[in-house]
Design a protein around this ligand. Structure first.
Ligand code: TXA
Ligand code: MG
Length: 327
């Protein structure tokens, strides 16, 4: 707590991925987050709350109708992996939102994160606790690998339940006929949002590098497997990121294999996804080949991350490309 009160930053578990947290109302702490991650100041941060009751400290909800809509969403999905883009409260430092007049807010379900928020008494800004453009951490050990040298403390809350980042949604249209624009697919699926209004998938948004291709990338080249696997150079040592085991049995020539879900369950696959990608990245392989997962429910979020992770490889810029592609 002393670290956070003094404007320091701490690695904390959430139900999605680990976050790098600092007091959202302390511009120095927020600046430290950007510095530790090597993240450009133009990429805004998500603000975390322990309960929806804190919302008015960071967001300005002007109309009764919008309040009703947010209350309905909060009742259905919070605490949990849904992040809402709302009008920003003027007192929240501009650094948090990179100058934008909208703030991304979520109520995390992780008991440890909630306890820290309540004890500190202030909302925490927290991006995923990885170096900018790299694989998000889903365990305290991963945070240590990514940012151990940069940060004084990491709280260990075990492995993250969901394993992919929260669904990021902006509210559009009128409050009576709301439209949700999904800026980043995640554990709260399109079907779950449909009961509250119209849903569209945003192609790409300004001010959100997490929505750019080339994010969430391993250091090794990564290809998504399709019918044309001729891209693999002869003699290359290949790591396989398989959705399920049946694939592994047919292809014995891989140097390393990670299976996301032996029981063919997308939730299990998501929870294992970043850890498996990270292990393959650390193995003695030249490139990683990923088997696509069914693009339904949580599979939408997994395929979104896989496509972004493979972007640099596809565009011939090679494995160091991820940094370049996202700066
Ligand atoms: O599950 C999660 O959301 C995790 C955990 C730690 O809460 N956090 C996370 O944060 O994934 P980060 O910073 O790695 O990704 C947040 C994404 C980025 O793509 C960022 O550009 C976008 O949300 N974002 C944040 N604030 C925004 C804003 N005001 N306007 C537009 N995009 C925003
Ligand atoms: Mg991130």
């Amino acid at each position: 707590m002393e670290i956070l009160r003094g404007g320091g930053v701490v690695g904390l578990p959430t139900e999605t991925v680990y976050g790098l947290a600092g007091d959202a109302f302390n511009p120095l702490a927020v600046a430290r987050i950007f510095e530790a991650k090597g993240r450009p100041l133009s990429d805004p941060l998500i603000v975390h709350l322990p309960e929806a009751g804190w919302l008015d400290r960071v967001a300005l909800i002007s109309s009764k109708e919008q309040r009703q809509l947010v209350d309905n969403l909060a009742a259905a999905f919070w605490p949990g992996p849904l992040t809402l883009l709302l009008p920003k409260h003027p007192e929240l430092p501009d650094l948090v939102t990179a100058g934008s007049d909208r703030v991304a807010v979520r109520v995390t379900a992780h008991p440890l994160f909630q306890e820290v928020l309540r004890r500190l008494g202030s909302p925490l800004a927290a991006p995923s606790a990885n170096r900018f453009g790299r694989i998000s951490p889903t365990s305290a050990k991963d945070v240590h690998i990514e940012l151990g040298k940069e940060i004084p403390l990491i709280l260990d809350g075990g492995n993250c339940e969901h394993g992919v980042e929260s669904t990021l949604v902006s509210l559009e249209g009128s409050a009576e006929q709301p439209t949700f624009s999904i800026l980043r697919p995640g554990p709260i699926t399109m079907d779950q949002l449909l009961q509250f209004g119209h849903v569209v998938i945003a192609e790409r948004i300004v001010n959100s590098p997490g929505s750019l291709p080339g994010h969430y990338a391993p250091k090794k080249r990564l290809h998504i497997m399709d019918s044309d696997i001729n891209l693999i150079p002869e003699g290359a040592r290949v790591g396989l990121l398989a959705f399920t085991t049946s694939f592994q049995e047919k292809h014995q020539e891989y140097t390393a294999v990670e299976v996301l879900s032996p029981s063919i369950d997308l939730k299990e696959a998501a929870a294992n996804f970043y850890g498996a990608l990270r292990r393959l990245d650390q193995c003695n392989v030249d490139l990683i080949v990923a088997q696509p997962v069914p693009e339904e429910g949580l599979g939408v979020a997994i395929m979104d991350r896989l496509r972004r992770a493979s972007y640099g490889s596809l565009h011939g810029t090679g494995h160091q490309s991820s940094e370049k592609a996202t700066q």
